[in-house]
Design a protein around this ligand. Structure first.
Ligand code: AMP
Length: 313
């Protein structure tokens, strides 16, 4: 199985209450690629400028990510994002966005990227997402992410794109904004009525929920005592989720639930250090250990009916 991801490749400047970094490798496609590379073969598609050098490529290559479809624009500069977080790490405040080469990006997928079984449309303009989706007609599983900007300025196009994917992966504020419905359960039902088979709502430090036509599954976030930088947690979640599914022969409800855990496991590592630092040195043993911790953390025994009846007396 192989997976293709299209999205931003960036330099990020980030300030949190626990420190700051002026220029780190980032972008939705980078965080996603690194996370999914633990589970499957990954092709990353996105533009960079001449300032994107050997060190940055090396981070992706060290995880075996195929970078043939990274388009290096002569004379261009790489997308740049500056943001900060208050003590509430769930909300990123954007201070500066410089689109640079991302502004004229028209994704062109190679034969290899078009042949992927799994496709992730990370946060880019929804018309472009649709264009990419059309270039990978045989994908078995297609998911997308988006952001408030596109809900604000390109909602109709986004709705059209959502119709053509299997899974929508967004955060709770985006689900409410997209539907105009404050109740998350009703908002989820509405999004599912537009066509996707499943919806994942990410809720930052409160975990994530999976909605499909006939089921609901929710998990907490892994309880970490020190979170340094939440940037890229959403994309890392999606990378763990989609990467795991790409490795599975059967994409049923049980596999989707395990994928939710792998998504959360990967996101929990990502936030432990700034940028991509933690995921770069992550091992499979650490991933499996945290997967088991999740099982332990969320497991409970059934109470025999007789006993509840006695308590009620
Ligand atoms: P998240 O997973 O939501 O924390 O995504 C964080 C990543 O999104 C950062 O590494 C940024 O480089 C990237 N990003 C921020 N703004 C945009 C944007 N307008 N379009 C695409 N990517 C963005």
């Amino acid at each position: 199985m192989s997976l293709t991801v299209v999205g931003s490749i960036a330099f990020d400047a980030v300030k949190t209450p626990f420190g700051e970094r002026e220029r780190m490798l980032g972008g939705s496609a980078v965080h996603f690629s690194l996370a999914s590379s633990f589970f499957t073969d990954v092709h990353v598609v996105g533009p960079v400028g001449e300032d994107f050098g050997e060190d940055e490529y090396a981070v992706l290559h060290a995880r075996g990510v195929n970078t043939d479809d990274i388009e290096r624009v002569p004379g261009g500069r790489t997308f740049f994002w500056r943001g900060h977080y208050e003590y509430d790490l769930n909300t990123a405040h954007t201070d500066d966005t410089q689109l640079n080469v991302f502004g004229d990006f028209r994704p062109k997928l190679s034969e290899a990227s078009r042949g992927a079984d799994v496709l992730f449309l990370a946060n880019i303009q929804p018309d472009l997402q649709r264009g990419v989706r059309e270039q990978v007609p045989n994908a078995e599983l297609v998911a997308l992410d988006t952001m408030n900007l596109w809900i604000d300025i390109a909602r109709d196009s986004l709705l059209q794109t959502i119709k053509g994917v299997d899974v929508v992966i967004i955060n709770d504020a985006e689900a409410r904004q997209l539907t105009g419905i404050p109740n998350l359960i009703k908002a989820a039902r509405t999004i599912l009525s537009w066509g996707p088979k499943a919806l994942i709502v990410k809720r930052g430090e409160y975990g994530a929920a999976l909605f499909s036509e006939n089921s609901y599954f929710a998990i907490p976030a892994y309880p970490l005592e020190s979170v340094f930088d939440p940037t890229g947690a959403g994309d890392t979640f999606a990378g763990g989720f989609m990467g795991y599914l790409s490795s599975q022969a059967k994409l049923d409800e049980a596999a989707m639930r395990r994928a939710m855990i792998f998504g959360s496991v990967m996101a929990s590592f990502n936030v432990e250090e700034f940028g991509t630092a933690r995921v770069q040195k992550l091992t499979h043993d650490e991933i499996n250990e945290r997967f088991r911790a999740f099982k332990q953390m969320t497991h409970f025994e059934e109470i025999p009916f007789q006993r509840t009846a006695e308590i009620a007396k």
